[in-house]
Design a protein around this ligand. Structure first.
Ligand code: AMP
Ligand code: GLY
Length: 411
């Protein structure tokens, strides 16, 4: 099978790595890719947001499957263009990707489907925001309605900060605070059938002990040794399947990975957000553990044949990913610094996220530069290996969290 992956981050590097290990894959392409991906796949200089450019490339390469990684091309309708050209595509249509692209739409779907989530108001004026803040009380949760690359949400006990964030948004969703540990559950969907992947946890704040600003994610691990038994099945029954059924009923069937970001509240799992894709860096650890060949699974979902597939299988053991970020990330990441990757310990490897090659040298090109993945028989061992590997990276001004998977390793 010839496969084209769209995207250029650590998640797409992980997708390409898993696809390259699938014997059914005879040709692997990525656009636009990155220097790490270029070691596994042919990379192509194409604007990932242009459906027309992606389709032209897919036709020219004769690929049988297109996999769209990030949310921006999905929301922009790239998957619709690929499907319109009769090429199977793993990734939701722009209509279905609104589950991530619009928080207000996601709430509407959840309410219609009876899915547990925070109560919320969509506000169009400062007075409405004030009324909503008073209704729920502190801590306040204020969200920009649209896509904001991890920067659209403020959780604060200060009413002034809540109001000032709301003032910077076009349309704002104010919601109830959900109290409890956060987990991410992912399901592969073909529009009708949904199958669970292994749950993971990511670390959104920039600094140790969940300090500093929100980011796209500074690290992740899987599995979750501390999670309640049956968590994933419960999430599939109460959250994922009703959502997939509701989207099908609305004429926007969901094909791709549905990502449920959850808080495990005393009343059970509640949805904090849906995303229309694999998490980044959660994908890096989940795909590491996936035993089922990836291309066949994604092709079955893209062609509506998921019900004929065995549920995805996962290998024993654990994986931990630590993000190495550039100086200044997330506020003002510095690009162009040289990166040196030394001898990595057994059981570890490095995925590229924000890198480029300049004058023959590997340099930083974005905020989240590398994802260092460690594996082992349990979370504690995977974590040790990951941090040993992080010690082999030389990058001026770099920073990373030192507490990724720490509590889970002690569980
Ligand atoms: P989001 O971009 O929706 O993932 O939000 C970013 C982060 O804000 C989440 O990972 C949570 O830590 C926090 N958050 C968002 N919504 C809520 C909520 N209703 N209750 C508690 N925390 C929330
Ligand atoms: N790791 C969080 C996200 O991908 O949105």
């Amino acid at each position: 099978m010839r496969v084209l992956v769209i995207g250029s981050g650590g998640r797409e590097h992980a997708l390409c790595r898993a696809l390259s290990l699938d014997p059914a894959v005879s040709g692997l392409h990525c656009a636009p890719g990155n220097p790490g991906i270029a070691e596994l796949a042919a990379v192509h200089d194409v604007n990932p947001l242009s459906g027309a450019e992606v389709v032209d490339l897919a036709v020219q390469l004769g690929v049988e499957l297109v996999v769209v990684g990030p949310e921006a091309p999905l929301v922009a309708g790239v998957a619709d263009c690929v499907r319109a050209a009769d090429i199977p595509c793993f990734g939701p249509s722009s209509g279905a990707a609104r589950i991530e692209g619009s928080k207000a739409f996601a709430k509407e779907v959840m309410v219609a489907a009876g899915v547990p989530t925070a109560r919320a108001f969509t506000c169009d004026s400062p007075n409405e925001v004030l009324a909503a803040l008073s209704e729920f009380g502190a801590p306040y949760v204020v969200k920009d309605d649209g896509l904001a690359a991890g920067k659209g949400v403020v959780v604060t006990s200060s009413r002034e900060e809540a109001m000032s964030h709301a003032a910077g948004c076009v349309r704002v969703v104010v919601e109830e605070y959900l109290d409890g540990p956060e987990v991410s559950v992912f399901a592969v969907c073909d529009g009708e059938t949904a199958m669970a992947l292994q749950a993971a946890q990511d670390f959104k704040r920039a600094y140790d002990d969940d300090g500093g600003p929100n980011t796209g994610g500074m690290g992740a691990y899987t599995p979750l040794p501390w999670a309640p038994d049956g968590l994933v099945e419960r999430v599939m029954t109460e959250i994922v399947r009703p959502t997939v059924a509701e989207l099908a009923k609305r004429g926007t069937p969901y094909v791709g990975v549905l990502y449920a970001g959850l808080a495990l509240t005393p009343r059970g799992p509640g949805v904090i957000e849906f995303n229309a894709r694999l998490g980044d860096p959660e994908a890096q650890v989940i795909l590491d553990r996936l035993e089922t060949p990836l291309a066949g699974l994604l092709m079955a979902a893209a062609t509506g044949r998921l019900a004929e597939q065995e549920p995805p299988r996962f290998r024993d053991g654990a994986a931990v990913a630590v993000v190495v970020a550039s100086e200044g990330y997330p506020a003002a990441p510095v690009s162009g610094d040289p990166i040196v990757i030394g001898d990595l310990p057994d059981g570890s490897y490095v995925l590229h996220a924000g890198t480029a090659v300049k004058d023959g040298r590997l340099v930083t090109n974005g905020g989240r530069v590398l994802n260092v993945v460690g594996t082992g028989k349990d979370v504690a061992e995977a974590r040790r290996v990951a941090y040993e590997a992080v010690g082999q990276i030389t990058l001026r001004g770099a920073h990373h969290r030192s507490d990724i998977a720490l509590r889970a390793a002690q569980a």
